[in-house]
Design a protein around this ligand. Structure first.
Ligand SMILES: [Zn+2]
Length: 85
């Protein structure tokens, strides 16, 4: 999977999933292979502001709850790794 040029400082989470923090660090994007269109990247995100996700640990990244993309991709980020749900 090719990462878009704007996807800055990608963190490799494994399972072909990459994290890119927003500049504000109040959230980030997750790029992953689409479950709908084979070979196409898909982008989801998370938001750490109140009512969003909780950053349980900054380094390595551990988030809760899980991330469910509209394409059907579902998993957790635990200890800096993508863990499929
Ligand atoms: Zn997706």
């Amino acid at each position: 999977m090719r990462l878009p040029d704007w996807f800055e400082h990608p963190i490799d989470l494994g399972h072909d999933h990459y994290l890119s923090w927003w500049d504000s660090r109040q959230g980030g994007y997750i790029i992953h292979p689409s479950k709908r269109v084979q070979g196409e990247p898909c982008i989801s995100g998370f938001d750490l502001r109140p009512s969003g996700w909780t950053l349980e640990k900054a380094e390595p990244v551990t988030l809760s709850p899980s991330l469910l993309c509209s394409c059907g991709d579902h998993g957790f980020i635990r200890e800096g790794k993508w863990v499929p749900a």
